[in-house]
Design a protein around this ligand. Structure first.
Ligand code: CMC
Length: 391
């Protein structure tokens, strides 16, 4: 391969050093700043985890309170963003809207352009984390044709998001604790995942010295694809379609289609580039799924039964076993979100909301390194040799 290492898809290339997230794909282990994801999901809320990812340590009570109030203080977005929203078709995909809105934030915060100043970087991080729920809820309300609901500062991060989504001016929304806890857990499980495609995008984009809102907008755009964050939406669509075609009785037939490569059908929510044993987030998500469905009286949810059946068959089938394909985080997260009342097209936007913490922490980590350089991959040229125009 001449002068360069050729590694399409980056199967064997480390692009950076990072102290944030550790994954052991063979063990099925995920750590944020050294803490196992299981312990974080059990003992912490999303604000604890955000603080941890950004600062390297879990907050004590005072630090937590200060962080909470700092984030709360920044949840409002500029009123003019409502005019920007109006330019979108009502049926626009929320990820299209979100890519635009996040990028547009850069036009409102001129201090964010000074990325060499750690104080400015920190305030941009807080603004992004604080405003994402507001923006996602705005995208939903616009699509529904309902008035926007402003953030309320006495609610938790996740409770506030639920209220901005589901309250109306005629009727307030009572936050159900089980629902709040489940969504908060979805946020925790999606908060960071080392150098995945969207995080690498944010780093590469940010390495040019661009504004953080622009870099995060690039991450949102990357996350949208069905091989990445879009998998949760694609997974639920797959389950719904299979249910409509006969449900559990048709699982065998469907699996034959998945195993036949020429069909182009993949079992969405299965497989992972790094996890080759199991995805620890999927286990936690499955448990949350059971909890939420029970609390909401939806234990007999046919899609959950269908998902369990698909998983059962796949875990015994040599096609999946040989290729080390296991359910990933997205296999059950869609069922939880659907039970909560979140419409399918919004799933990836919720993923983006949570991943913003990881993206911005990784961006900041990169810029804090005095040795950092603009990312600039090379290529193996396969085009024509030099030639002359003959006219
Ligand atoms: N269904 C059927 N076959 C699969 C699947 C699947 N979901 N995933 C991988 N395979 C097969 C694939 O065809 C290939 O077979 P062979 O070796 O015979 O050619 C083998 O398994 C390896 O797959 P790959 O595509 O080379 O693996 P990758 O590391 O490039 O892809 C992946 C990883 C996640 C893109 C892929 O497993 C996939 O497309 N899964 C479905 C989409 C999905 O659930 N994505 C969410 C990932 S987790 C959340 C996130 O990152 O956002």
């Amino acid at each position: 391969t001449g002068m360069f290492t050729y590694d399409p898809g980056f199967l064997a290339t480390a692009s950076c050093e990072s102290a944030i997230t550790y994954i052991d794909g063979d063990k099925g282990q995920l750590l944020y700043r050294g803490y196992p994801i299981e312990q974080l999901a059990e003992n912490c809320d999303f604000m604890d985890v955000s603080y941890l990812i950004l600062n390297g340590e879990l907050p004590d009570d005072k630090q937590k309170q200060d962080f909470d109030s700092l984030v709360t203080h920044h949840t409002m977005v500029h009123e003019q963003l409502q005019l920007f929203m109006r330019g979108f078709r009502r049926d626009a995909h929320p990820m299209a809207v979100l890519t635009g809105l996040v990028g547009a934030l850069s036009a409102f915060y001129h201090d964010s352009t000074d990325i060499t100043n750690p104080r400015h970087r920190e305030i941009s991080a807080i603004r992004l984390i604080a405003k994402m729920p507001t923006l996602v809820a705005m995208a939903y309300k616009y699509n529904q044709g309902q008035p926007y609901i402003y953030p309320r500062n006495d609610l938790s991060y996740t409770g506030n998001f639920l209220r901005m989504m589901f309250a109306t001016p005629c009727e307030d929304y009572q936050v159900n604790e089980v629902v709040e806890r489940a969504l908060d857990r979805i946020f925790i499980l999606h908060a960071d995942h080392e150098q995945n495609a969207s995080t690498s995008t944010v780093r590469l984009c940010g390495s040019s010295g661009t504004n953080p809102f622009a870099a995060i907008a690039a991450g949102v755009a990357c996350l949208w694809g069905p091989a990445h964050g879009g998998a949760n939406e694609a997974c639920l669509q797959m389950l719904e379609q299979l249910q409509a075609e006969g449900g559990v009785a048709k699982v065998g037939e469907f699996m034959e289609k998945v195993k036949d490569k020429s069909s182009g059908v993949r079992l969405m929510g299965f497989g992972h580039r790094v996890y080759k044993n199991y995805d620890p987030r999927a286990k936690l998500m499955q448990a949350t799924c059971k909890e939420v469905l029970t609390a909401l009286g939806l234990e007999n949810d046919p899609l959950f039964k269908l998902a369990m059946e698909l998983e059962r068959i796949a875990l015994e089938d040599p096609y999946f076993v040989d290729r080390k394909l296991y359910p990933n985080v997205d296999f059950y997260s869609g069922i939880v979100q659907r039970a909560i009342g979140i419409p399918t097209p919004l799933f990836t936007a919720i993923f983006a909301l949570a991943r913003t913490v990881g993206w911005i922490a990784q961006w900041d980590e990169m810029l804090s390194d005095p040795e950092y350089k603009i990312g600039r991959p090379r290529q193996l040229y396969t085009g024509s040799a030099v030639r002359d125009i003959k006219r």
